[in-house]
Design a protein around this ligand. Structure first.
Ligand code: ZN
Length: 259
């Protein structure tokens, strides 16, 4: 989430809805209360956190957003949100460089539209800075995704993060899954989006780039290029949004064959 939006104080309803959006459609009170610490960070002076959360759930029920199923179980009543292809340029207004603008615009799009392929969560959470290999985490199942985007078409490769951390993640079996998004900056539209399982990427596909020369801000830093050609992929936008249940089923098939 951008710094600008983080400074706006969210209401209790917003906060609890955020939490619920990341949970499976049917969820328990305990699953909501597991986010107590996070809610407490927004409202550190509230001594009656649990009561406040229960009260907010009642408000959401009265507004028809969730149903009480009894015994501490709830169900979200919204349909799955539709994937929008429109890029919102507003969050990029305070950036000058074209690459920063592109990154903010596409990350904002992803935050609002991408969903987890590995579980039923209809939302992903953008990551805290300092985790260079992971851009988005599923709030429900902790699945990790790296987002790569390009104005125009990818040529079968993506520019990775630092070379050694990528190689180490591959050897540890911890490389996140890659989501690739192609967009058209001029039209302000996302055009093709697909996902490639990280477990399909072996170290032979990773090529070190030339280290940054002495005197550069990050002298000696070595990035990498990852060859994704021929790997199994699951479509998310083709160029119309794919049905998310279809995409999730395709993802499970791809993961089974990739084991
Ligand atoms: Zn998930």
């Amino acid at each position: 989430m951008s710094a600008a939006r983080r400074t706006e104080k969210k209401t209790w309803k917003d906060l609890v809805e955020d939490v619920i959006a990341g949970l499976p459609r049917e969820f328990t009170l305990a699953a909501v209360l597991a986010y107590k610490e996070r809610l407490a960070r927004e409202y550190p002076n509230n001594r009656f956190l649990e009561a406040k959360i229960r009260q907010t759930l009642q408000i959401l029920r009265d507004q028809g957003r969730i149903a009480f199923l009894g015994k501490g179980r709830y169900r979200r009543l919204d349909g799955a949100p539709a994937v929008s292809l429109l890029l919102d340029l507003a969050p990029a207004a305070r950036f000058a460089s074209p690459s920063q603008i592109a990154r903010v615009v596409i990350e904002t799009w992803a935050e609002l539209n991408l969903y987890c392929l590995s579980c039923s969560s209809d939302r992903l959470r953008s990551n805290v800075p300092g985790t260079p290999l992971v851009d988005f985490t599923c709030p429900a199942c902790d699945h990790e995704y790296q987002l790569k985007s390009k104005n125009g078409r990818f040529d079968g490769t993506v520019t990775g993060a630092a070379y050694w951390p990528v190689i180490q993640a591959i050897h540890a079996g911890r490389l996140p899954d890659y989501v690739l998004a192609e967009y058209d900056r001029r039209r302000g539209l996302v055009e093709w989006v697909w996902a490639v399982p990280g477990r399909c990427i072996d170290s032979k596909r990773v090529t070190a780039r030339t280290a940054l020369r002495a005197g550069a801000r990050r002298a000696g830093w070595r990035g990498c290029t990852i060859n994704l050609e021929g790997l199994p992929q699951v479509d998310i936008v083709v160029p119309k949004p794919e049905d998310r249940m279809v995409a999730r089923q395709a993802w499970q098939r791809v993961l089974r064959t990739a084991r």
